[in-house]
Design a protein around this ligand. Sequence first.
Ligand code: CP3
Length: 344
Amino acid sequence: MAQEKLILRALAGETLPTPPIWMMRQAGRYLPEYKATRAQAGDFLSLCYNPELAAEVTLQPIRRYGFDAAILFADILLLPQAMGADLWFVTGEGPRLSTITTAAELKALKPLGDIHETLNPIYETIKILKGALPSETTLIGFAGAPWTVATYMIAGKGTPDQGPAHKLKDENREVFSALIDQITEGTIDYLSSQIEAGAEVVKLFDSWAGSLQGADFIDFSIKPQQRIIAALKAKFPQTPIIAFPRGAGERNAGLHAATGADCIALDDGVDPTWAAANVQTGGCVQGNLASRHMVTGGDDLVAETRAICKAFANGPHIFNLGHGITPDANPDNVQLMIDTVRGG
Ligand code: CP3
């Protein structure tokens, strides 16, 4: 079937004259309209679980900028919450969760069949978006990759070095592996329901993949993602999947084949010329402008955006940042990036 949407064409392996573009955290605190809707919802989690308002903030960057993709407004920590962890956000600090470090705590989690009770509003958001998005815009669903989700479930918060998760991995492999397996199976169920509700693409965020070394990178970043992707591909062969192993560096080479993903998203620590020769040869790549350009703007933004487009011009490429846009970004710089990508 002929595929019209640019993001889907790039994900199918087509080299396009102008790369399609979207932006990680494109709905977020750098936008005044996001802050207004978040205030209306009360707090971040109430916004995530309010389908009308979550759809509204998903649409805001599409209306303002005409990105080629919309990413569902939700969070990777909703799955742990649905699995039975307590979750709350401390203003100015970030997420907090009840911790899982023992067999008893792991056993106290809910059966996976129950996760949808909590996550149903997320599927509702997707259904609203299917009716509201422009016909050329692709809807991306997402989840955290098991290692990254586990780092938050074990530590109960974000950590600079993922120390508590490494400690559990090294000192109690049985509990650690069982937790990874449980998140892996829950993620398959969660993403399957997102696809059934109407997500056209799904993305796995492995934001902390870079701290796994040697065999641990294979065993706990790659293998669980491979299992999720294989399970999804068996059920939904038409749905493209993006993997984002942030911090993987040169280990990004060969990851299309190793994970089964249609696209590898690159962070800004990866050199685009190197990645064109070593990663894009395996399929579509996404990325990878440093988010700081959305704060600083100017000639550097334009030059760097052009260099990335040029490096990836001979293969399938989706333009994006190397990580999420930050709250101190200037919305005008986002427009400058889009104009540079689309206008040369
Ligand atoms: O990209 C999008 O616009 C879609 C929505 C989305 C959010 N979080 C909304 C959000 C997505 C895809 C995520 C992914 C996510 N969440 C990741 C992986 C990607 C990454 O950034 O590395 C991680 C690690 C999380 C967990 C999380 N959520 C943290 C650590 C924080 C606090 C830090 C922060 O930026 O405030 C969040 C909160 C969060 N998730 C916000 C948004 C818009 C900010 C909440 C607010 O409005 O105050």
